[in-house]
Design a protein around this ligand. Sequence first.
Ligand SMILES: Cc1cc2nc3c(=O)[nH]c(=O)nc-3n(C[C@H](O)[C@H](O)[C@H](O)COP(=O)(O)OP(=O)(O)OC[C@H]3O[C@@H](n4cnc5c(N)ncnc54)[C@H](O)[C@@H]3O)c2cc1C
Length: 294
Amino acid sequence: MKPVDFELHRPATTAEAVALLAEHAPEAKVLAGGQSLLPLLNFRLARPEHLVDLGRIAALAELRRTRDELVVGAMVRQARAERSPAVAADAPLLAAAFPNIAHPPIRNRGTVGGSLAHADPAAELPAVARALDAVLVAAGPAGRREIAARDFFQANLMTVLEADELLVEIRFPRAAPGTGASFQEVGRRSGDFALVGVAAQVTVRDGVVEEARVCVTGVAPTPHRAAEAEEPLTGRPLTEARLAAAADALRAAIDPSGDLHAPGEYRRDVAGTLAVRAVAQAHRRATEHAAAAA
Ligand SMILES: Cc1cc2nc3c(=O)[nH]c(=O)nc-3n(C[C@H](O)[C@H](O)[C@H](O)COP(=O)(O)OP(=O)(O)OC[C@H]3O[C@@H](n4cnc5c(N)ncnc54)[C@H](O)[C@@H]3O)c2cc1C
């Protein structure tokens, strides 16, 4: 099928884009990489009268470091961030997530901000943002506002962004020395959306897990930050018993629903198994990183 007719706007600045949204919302939609929106238009599941294409706004495609943060513009393409040495060094969990997203041609077009704004419950990047306590910056007619990742995702495909707001950048805290990360997922075929995915980042100091961050995708309408799994891992050396306790705590805390792809019980069980794998790999990488830095 073909989309219904729409007017395409191609602003050159964020201010112009915000003004266009303010003028045309709620009949306007933002176009980023188009990898989720264009299929929705083609199937006529979305029928906006105006599309505001962010592709010409250079400021939204910046990737920079501050003293404490890695700042990723909303229009940074997933493939570019995947290859970025700054992302690998400062946000290893973000780097670990990208190869799990779809296929390279989709990541060539798809953007970091587009994936977060789309808020698919099985997507990888919302889980990463939630695990790292990223800050999402929105721009609207009233100016800019910062939104904590824990407040950003509201429901299946729903965020707190207003119809006249734009996601402009995402701020990730820079990883401390001795940090390692891993993203583990299970899907039916390579490149499919995950049935379940686990994001884990671990910081090790003197053989002790100083910090563990775990977030699960595919088990709830929004990413599940697994504080119950982080707690038994933190402040102690990692052991198999503690990994198993973390996995059990996670399985007890979630209640995934089933669908035609997998029953809820399967998702619950797999989430625990993937958490063990992700934390163990993140811990190995953290230990190597700490040894290399010593
Ligand atoms: C075959 C296939 C497989 C895929 N597999 C996966 C997968 O495994 N994991 C995964 O995470 N994704 C997957 N995707 C989706 C892909 O990652 C998309 O790139 C992503 O979901 C949307 O990013 P985009 O830049 O293409 O956004 P678009 O499609 O342009 O936009 C998506 C939505 O977000 C809104 N939006 C975009 N940018 C902004 C912004 N800056 N501010 C406010 N609103 C905005 C749009 O209005 C729209 O509603 C897949 C897509 C396809 C086609």
